[in-house]
Design a protein around this ligand. Structure first.
Ligand code: G6P
Length: 441
């Protein structure tokens, strides 16, 4: 039965351009999720963005005629005090740091992105100490609250909380699974709500092991459509999923767009290098997009999420986020793909590690559905990435140079220990200001 206690939500990184998405999600589900207060927290450097986004949030709730109070603050502790849910969407070092994550590895001919390869490692090294600080403040100020993390690399961040703190009320969230579901719905021309996928793997390394419409498996049909040379529909609908038919037929599972980094490495590297040259890295493109978005947000007449926000990769994440919070709050027991403790759901991954799997969502959080194991063809890669994430999160917590080099050496995108060391050295120096554990000893 739904509880009716009014709620307090604290969003860390509240000045993010994604916040209007989240607000829209809260508006759409207000009947089930009676929010009383939304606290948007940011750092002083982000003052202008926080105010702009905060004012838009206030206008959006007003237009929806909902009595939600929006508070803007730099005081994280004040925001956390007695919160029911905490969402995290902050970026340590802002987009400038992401641009370095993406550019530096390219000099070495290595793919770098905010969750994969060296970029993923360094975003993790910068983010993990901060998330652990937040968790320890939550234990003091709102011990019953759930932490819903979107900050990337979401898998590694969830892993760090699970293995390096005794806080258990954490869920990592991503928009990739929901994007895959929507892609399938479009492909089959059915409503999104009729599609369900059995997901298993890791964040940004997730596979659809089975696909259903109204409870009937349609995986064979989907694979057939994906391998039909006359069907260009799939390619148009799910970008980056143009797989070799022989590969996809025998894999017999649906890969996610981030698998391009591993199953199409030279092609993806070439594309990434060309676009970095032409229009800049993704971070540089996003910096321009953000400028335009914030100009729109400033318009006093704007009181909805502008459609232009869909140009960001994280589109629809609010749907996933608010759907999750609503299910925890209302003890729904529905199935959603989230990052949570494995606890035996995937046999070949350590029990205490984070995995991204379809889980039953109740007031006690996600209960991962036992998968058995990842198909043998995908298992090795998943295990290798999990080892990378585990060692990378240890490096972040300990400020360990050796473990940072080890993590990058075992990452499939980096081909040698010498190369890994060179990249780590250059990136440590570039991100010095945001890596106190490595420099203030
Ligand atoms: C995706 C990922 C997110 C990521 C986003 C980046 O869809 O799932 O983890 O944050 O893209 O989008 P951006 O517009 O910042 O490149």
């Amino acid at each position: 039965m739904a509880k009716k206690k009014p709620m307090k939500i604290a969003t860390i990184g509240g000045g993010s351009s994604y916040t209007p998405e989240l607000v829209e999600g809260f508006i759409n589900r207000y009947d089930e999720l009676p929010i009383k207060e939304l606290w948007l927290v940011d750092i002083e450097e982000g003052k202008e963005k926080l105010e702009t986004v905060g004012n838009l949030a206030k206008r959006m709730f007003k237009k929806a005629n909902l009595p939600v109070e929006v508070h803007l603050t730099f005081d994280r502790r004040k925001a956390l005090k007695d919160a029911d849910f905490v969402t995290t969407q902050f970026r340590v070092g802002l987009l400038d740091a992401r641009a370095k994550d993406e550019r530096i590895p390219l000099k070495y001919g290595v793919l770098g992105q905010e969750t994969n390869g060296p970029g993923g490692l360094f975003k993790g090294l910068r983010t993990i100490p901060v998330i652990l600080e937040i968790v320890s403040e939550m234990q003091e100020l709102c011990p019953d609250a759930w932490l819903v993390n979107f900050t990337n690399p979401a898998g590694m961040v969830t892993e760090a909380v699970l293995r390096h703190s005794d806080f258990r009320k954490v869920v990592g969230l991503c928009n990739v699974p929901i994007g895959m579901e929507m892609g399938i719905a479009k492909l089959l021309d059915v409503e999104h709500s009729r599609v369900r996928i059995d997901f298993a793997g890791l964040n940004h390394m997730i596979y659809g092991l089975d696909i259903y419409v109204d409870g009937e498996s349609v995986k064979d049909e989907v694979i057939e459509l994906m391998t039909d040379p006359d069907n260009t529909n799939f390619v148009k609908n799910i970008e980056g999923q143009e797989w070799e038919p022989a590969f996809i037929r025998s894999l017999n599972a649906l890969p996610c767009p981030y698998h391009n980094y591993y199953y199409k490495r030279p092609e993806t590297l070439k594309k990434t290098m060309e676009s970095a040259e032409k229009e800049g890295t993704r971070a540089e493109v996003v910096q321009r997009l953000e400028k335009d978005l914030f100009e729109l947000y400033k318009d006093e007449n704007l009181n909805i999420r502008p459609p232009q926000l869909q140009e960001r990769g994280g589109a629809y994440y609010s749907d996933a986020a608010v759907r999750l919070i609503t299910s925890i709050y209302n003890d729904k027991g529905d199935i959603q793909p989230v990052n949570t403790m494995n606890n035996g759901a995937i046999a070949s991954i350590p029990n205490d590690s984070a995995v991204e799997v379809s889980s039953i969502i109740t007031k006690d959080g996600p209960k991962p559905i036992t998968v058995g194991d990842i198909p043998i063809a995908a298992r090795g890669l998943v295990q290798q990435i999990k080892s990378f994430e585990r060692i990378a999160s240890e490096a972040a917590v300990e400020g360990s140079y050796d473990k940072a080099v080890l993590a990058l050496t075992i990452n499939p995108l980096v081909s040698s220990d010498v190369l890994a060391k060179q990249i780590v050295d250059e990136m440590l120096e570039a991100h010095k200001d945001y890596l106190p554990k490595f420099f203030n000893r």
